[in-house]
Design a protein around this ligand. Structure first.
Ligand code: SAM
Length: 274
């Protein structure tokens, strides 16, 4: 079993991150399961809370998955590179303008973590060309390097049986077998046209995708997997999962385009097939 003095935690701030409700999700986990599969890993709040011994993690975001792989394989080099950054506006825009495809994986992960820690609101957003386009955040003392946590995450990722993918979630759920636990945390179904942040990358998650995801939930259920999903409380989501176990929970939505609404509470749904 995994053990280290420091418990790992998400190494980036992520829109829709589940740290706040991780304890509620943990209470909703089955007591026994085989592999833990998280096809929309994001910052991995639940993954780092649960610390499973066998896991598959995935996200469509290339920068994010590269960072997981670099932390796993080259934590020392990454730490060295993160030490070089400066929390200055001009420097920020210089780093933002770099084409990540042209960087080596370590510089690429370092750029990604630096931008995440110093950008406005700490959110990852790309334009239609797939370029990160968030302005400088003007934070006084952002923690660009959390050395202890990078080491803790690296130790953990190396201590378990782990597969990491950077693909569409549909590819990853094909790997799920009877007895595995699949946690689905897709981009939210927006409760109004503009209210919620759902665009993480140039790939949008549309209403059609939500409907298809519910179909895939059903297939995983039929296969004999434990399936747990979180999404916003909207009529569509309630309708799509009406045959399953739905529990509403109240959360503070962290990311909202309007600053004064940032602390508003919202209801989310925890949906389970068990
Ligand atoms: C709500 S977030 C997950 C947040 C995560 N649970 C956490 O605690 O940080 C949804 C994630 O799905 C990813 N995503 C969007 N479309 C996807 C797709 N088709 N396949 C896989 N991942 C996708 C996004 O990049 C984003 O990281």
């Amino acid at each position: 079993m995994f053990s280290t003095a420091v418990k790992p935690k998400p190494f980036v701030k992520w829109a829709g991150g589940k740290r706040q409700i991780a304890h509620i999700l943990i209470e909703n986990m089955p007591t026994h399961y085989n592999k833990y599969i998280e096809p929309f890993i994001g910052g991995g709040a639940l993954f780092f809370e649960l610390l499973p011994e066998k896991a598959i993690i995935n996200d469509i975001n290339k920068e994010l998955i590269n960072a997981y792989i670099v932390i796993k394989n080259s934590p020392e080099e990454l730490i060295k590179s993160l030490k070089k950054h400066k929390n200055e506006k001009e420097y920020y825009y210089k780093i933002r303008a770099l084409d990540p495809e042209k960087l080596n994986p370590i510089e690429r992960a370092s750029r990604f973590i630096f931008l995440n820690k110093t950008c406005f609101n700490g959110l990852y957003r790309e334009n239609s060309k797939g370029q990160f386009n968030v302005p400088f955040g003007r934070y006084k003392k952002p923690k660009i390097l959390d050395e202890e946590n990078i080491k803790a995450v690296s130790n953990f990722l190396n201590s378990i049986e782990l597969q990491i993918f950077n693909t569409d979630y549909r590819e990853v759920i094909k790997l799920a077998k009877r007895g595995d636990l699949v946690y689905l945390d897709p981009p939210y179904h927006p409760s109004s046209q503009t209210a919620n942040f759902t665009k993480y990358t140039k790939y949008d998650f549309s209403e059609k995708d939500q409907i298809e995801l519910a179909e895939n939930f059903k297939q995983l259920d039929k296969k004999g997997c434990y399936v747990i999903l979180t999404n916003s409380d909207t009529p569509l989501i309630r309708e799509l999962y009406r045959n399953y176990n739905i529990t509403p929970i109240i959360t503070n939505r962290a990311i909202n385009s309007k600053a004064h609404r940032r602390k508003n509470t919202a209801t989310e749904l925890v949906i389970k097939n068990y």
